[in-house]
Design a protein around this ligand. Sequence first.
Ligand SMILES: Nc1ncnc2c1ncn2[C@@H]1O[C@H](COP(=O)(O)OP(=O)(O)O)[C@@H](O)[C@H]1O
Ligand SMILES: [Mg+2]
Length: 457
Amino acid sequence: MAVLFVILPVLGVSLYYSLGKIVYDSIDSSLLSRAKALATLVLSDNDETEFSFSDEIMWEYNSPKSKSFFQIRRFDGTTLEKSTSLRDGELFFPGNEQQTSFKSVMINGAPARLIDFHVPDENASKGKEHGLIIQCAEDIQDQITLLKNYRLILSLSILSILIISASGGFIIAKKALTPVKEISETIDRISESNLSERITSRHIPEELRLLASSFNLTFDRLERSFNRQRQFTADASHELRTPLSVILIQSEIMLRKERTPEEYKNALAAITEASKMMSEIVRKLLTLARLGADKVDLKTENIHLADIINKAVKLLTSFAEQHGIRINVSADEHAVIRGEQETLLELFSNLIDNAIKYNVPQGKVYIFMKKEDGVAVTEIRDTGIGIPDEDLDKVFDRFYRVDKSRSKLRGGSGLGLSICNAIVKLYGGRIEIKSRLGTGTTVSVFLKEGRDNNMHI
Ligand SMILES: Nc1ncnc2c1ncn2[C@@H]1O[C@H](COP(=O)(O)OP(=O)(O)O)[C@@H](O)[C@H]1O
Ligand SMILES: [Mg+2]
C-alpha cells in the first residue's frame, strides 16, 4: 500500500505534465509556422513597410470572433499592423527581448499563447530598431479546459484506485489473518489451562493446516511429557512417603513412654533401614535427573569393559552370597569402550543386582561379554523368577515393578532399569530384555566398541 501511495501520485503528476508539454509544444509550433507565414508577406523597402495580406489569410484573423491574433511591431514597439480580432486590445509587448520567445498571456479576458517572432532587417546598417517583431497569439481556452479535465479524471482515478486497493487489501488481510488469530487464541488457551485442547477449527485454510497440525503434534508431545512428569513426581513422593512414615511412626512410638533398650534397638534398626531406602531412592532420582539433563557432562576415557564388570560383580558378591547365588563371569579382556567409569558401573551393578535379587535361592548368574562387529555385547543371564510377557516392555518405566509387594521386600524402587536405559541411550547403545517366567531373564547390553568413538550425547 505504501508503495502504491507513492507510485500512483508520482505517475499521475508525470502523466499530467507530459500531456501538458505535448499540448503546449503543438500550439507553439503552430504559432511559429503562422508567424513565419506572416513574415513572408511583409515587404520591407527602406522606410516603407508594406503588407500584402490577402483576404484569405486575413479572414482567419479579422473575424471579430476569431481566436487567432497577430500584431506586427517594430523593435521599438510601435505597431505597424494588427488583426481585427484584437479589437481595441493589444498583444502584450515585453519590450526588451532579444529573440523569438513564447509566453502565456490573457487576451480579451481569455487565456492565450503568444509568440514574439523577431525578423531582423536585411539591411543591418539601419540598426536593430528597423527589424520587425511579428506577434502571433491563439486562444488556448479549449486546451486548458482539456488539461483541467484530464487532471480531474486522473486524480479521481488514482484516488479511487488507492481507496479500492487499500480497503480491498485490508479486507483480504483481515480475512487471511482471522484463522491465524483463531489459532493463536487457541494456543493461548491451551498453554494457559488445559494441555488437552487442540486446534480444530474448520475455517483453517489449506496453507495453515500444516502449521496447525505441527502445533497439535507439539502439544501432544508436551502433554505426554507433562503427564509423565506429573506421574513421576507423584510416584517419587509416594515412594518417599513410605519410608518417611516408617521413620515417623517408629520415632513417635518410641517417644510415647520409656522403652527397653531392646525396643530402642529394634526401632533404630527399622529407622536405619527406612533411611537407607530413602537415601537410595534419592540417589537414584539424582542420577536420573543428571542423565536426563540437556547436556550431560561425562568424564570419558578408554575403559576395559571387563574391568567394570568385574568391579560390579565384586561390589555385589556379598549380597549374592547372602542369597546363596553364584556369579559366573566370562568377559573379553580386550573389549574397550569410550565412556565414564561411574555411569558404566551404575549400569552393570543395577543389572547384576536385579539378576541376584530376582533369582531363586541357590540360583546362578551368568555374565558373558564379547566383541561383535564393533559392538561390545554383554549378556546378564539369571536362573530367576522371570518376568511375565505383558510386563516386559514396562520394566524400563520409572518406578515400575512387576510385583510391588514382592519387590519392596527385596528393597527395589523400580528406578534401576530406567537408569540403565538412560545410560545406554547416552552411550548411543541399546538394551534388550528377554525373559521366561520361572526359568530366568537375560538382559543384553550393546555398546559401541572402540577407543575413539564419539558418543552422541
Ligand atoms: N533379572 C530380573 N528377573 C526378574 N525380574 C526382573 C529382573 N530385572 C528386573 N525385573 C523386574 O523389573 C522391575 C524393574 O526393575 P528395576 O527398574 O531394576 O527396579 P527394582 O530393581 O528397583 O525393583 C523389577 O521390579 C522386577 O519386577
Ligand atoms: Mg533394580
